[in-house]
Structure formats: C-alpha cells, structure tokens
Design a binder for this molecule. Structure first.
Ligand code: CP
Length: 315
C-alpha cells in the first residue's frame, strides 16, 4: 500500500480486517514504526480520528506531530500558477515538500465546502498532498470519503455479525446542519465488498452519488427498509442532487426503539459524533442495540493496520 486515500487502496478487505483484529487481540505493541514520524494536519475538527490515529501510531512505536492546520498554519494556496498576492501565504508545493522531510507519513483531514460539487469531487486538498508529498498520504476524512472510518466499520460488523448473510441498512437521519456525504460514501464502498444483503434508505432528494451507489437499492420508506435488518448504520448527509442543501423532510427519520421493532433486533452503528434525540434517540443509544462505542474503539486498530502497511511499503 503506497497511500491510504480511498478504500480502493485496500486490495483485500478480509486480509486487512484479519490484520487489524490481530493487532487488537494478539500483538498490539509492534515496533514497526520505530524511528518514524507521522504528521497529522487537521483543517477541520476531530476527536476520534485524531486520537485513535495518534494512539495507533504510538502503538507502532512512531513519533506523532499534530497540527490544526486551519488555525495554526499559514493559509495554503492549492491552485497551480496562482499569483499569491492575497490571503494565501504558502503554496502546497513548498508545504508538502517540507513536511515530507519532517514526516515519514502525512495524514490530512479536509472536509468539502458543499457549495461546488465539481470542486469537492476533485479532492483538491487531499490530491495536492498526494501530488506534492514524497511520502505516503492518509485520508483522515476528505471531501468525498472517510476510508479509515469504513475500515473500522467493517471490523465492527464482522465482530458483531451472527447471521450467515446479514441484512445491513444504511439509514439517513435528520441533522440541523449540512454535513458531507463522505462517511456514507465510504461505508457504501466498503459494503460493496461484503457478502451481505444491503439497502440504503433516505428521503426523496437525498440519494447518494449514483457512481458510489452503483446497483444498490434505495428504499424511500424507512420502516420498510428496516424489516429484518441485522445492522442499521445511521448517518446524516446533505443532499447530493441539490448539492450541499438541507431539504425539508415531512416524516421524522430519527432512529428510535419504535423503528427498531421492524428489525431483527438490529445492532445500531454511527461513526460519531451523534446528536442525541435528533439523529438517534436515547432509548437506542443507551440500549444493548447500540454498538457505537465498540465501533469507535475499532478506529485505533483500523488505523494501526493501515499505518503498519504503509510503514512496510517504506522499506
Ligand atoms: N467518526 C469520526 O471521524 O469522528 P471525529 O470527527 O471525532 O474524528
């Protein structure tokens, strides 16, 4: 593995899940990263991604440097040929080259603007780091994807699955703000690689990018979609069709115990942070159905497996 910017960088999902679970249960404290440095740049806030990736790197023996790039760094210019006579003080060409001397792996979080679909889909920030850095680049959640989250989700599903071919439902849920489609996109890409029965449910107007969904069925009736589900993955995303907008939705799509009655006593997942009683009700989050804490725990082992592979590629 040369970079981890999309789930497609994983050739065999089963193998890396096995490696992550090995790091979790058998050999957490390898020294694969001794003498190596991870640099993490955050252009947006984070709790889990920041701390689980730092922990993962330290379990591998790496040094870690973290920067709130949006607040503490120079404002970066990403456009080639820009005349930098305004607010941007440093070009990505110099920034990435300098960071590549300080770090053996660079990890970046950069959310979409949600105003310009084409610009967001170009993944300008992440791809510029990939283009100008001479070391591997890791996606800590970008404009269109969150592949570290998706790997943790795959580990969590495998750990909690008891069915031969489980039914997994990805359910849109309400949120007051316009959120990226990144988590949902990577989850869909990951589930494409599992042998499961998969349904996406969301209100009209919220269908995800057809290039990501491919042949996956979208059911606009949430209760119908929940029938016999073994896993319900809850997530809000803003509209892809009416790009970046929060649309009026008549019914309340919150996930609560009343709705879980339609499922096969489903395990409920969410990447967190979650707004209680808006996205998921207390009666679910505080119940045995919720596995969100176990899911967050697996972020460490997903990151550890990815960093270990990248370190091995440095040799
Ligand atoms: N799930 C996730 O990425 O959490 P943070 O935004 O807290 O990193």
């Amino acid at each position: 593995m040369k970079n981890y910017t999309t789930l497609a960088d994983i050739d065999n999902l089963e193998t890396i899940i096995r490696e992550a679970r090995g790091l979790k249960f058998e050999n957490p404290d390898t020294k694969a990263g001794e003498g190596k440095t991870l640099g993490m740049l955050f252009f947006n806030p984070s709790l889990r991604t920041r701390l689980s990736t730092e922990k993962a790197a330290k379990l591998l023996g790496m040094h870690v440097m973290v920067m709130n790039a949006d607040k503490d760094g120079w404002a970066l210019e990403f456009e080639d040929g820009a005349v930098m006579n305004s607010d941007k003080a440093e070009h990505i060409k110099e920034a990435a080259a300098v960071l590549s001397q300080y770090c053996d792996i660079i990890a970046v979080r950069a959310f979409p603007g949600l105003k310009d679909k084409e610009k967001d889909e170009s993944e300008l920030v992440l791809n510029s780091f990939k283009k100008y850095a001479s070391v591997p680049v890791v996606n800590l959640e970008s404009a269109t994807g969150h592949p570290l989250q998706a790997l943790a989700d795959a580990i969590t599903i495998q750990e909690h699955n008891t069915a031969e071919k489980p039914k997994i439902v990805l359910s849109w849920a309400p949120h007051p703000k316009a959120l990226p489609q990144s988590v949902a996109n990577s989850f869909v890409e990951m589930v494409h690689r599992l042998d499961v029965d998969f349904v996406i449910t969301n209100p009209e107007g919220y269908d995800l990018n057809p290039a990501v969904r491919k042949d996956i069925k979208v059911e606009h009736d949430q209760e119908k979609a929940f029938k016999d589900a073994d896993f319900v993955y809850v997530k809000n995303w803003s509209s892809y069709e009416d790009y970046g907008q929060v649309l009026n939705v008549e019914k309340n799509w919150i996930v609560n115990q009343e709705k879980l009655k339609h499922t096969n006593n489903a395990k409920v997942m969410h990447c967190l942070p979650v707004r209680r009683n808006v996205v998921i009700a207390d009666d679910v989050l505080d119940s045995e159905n919720s596995i969100v804490i176990q899911q967050a725990n697996n972020r460490t082992f997903a990151a550890q497996a990815v960093l270990k592979r990248l370190l091995e590629s440095l040799d």
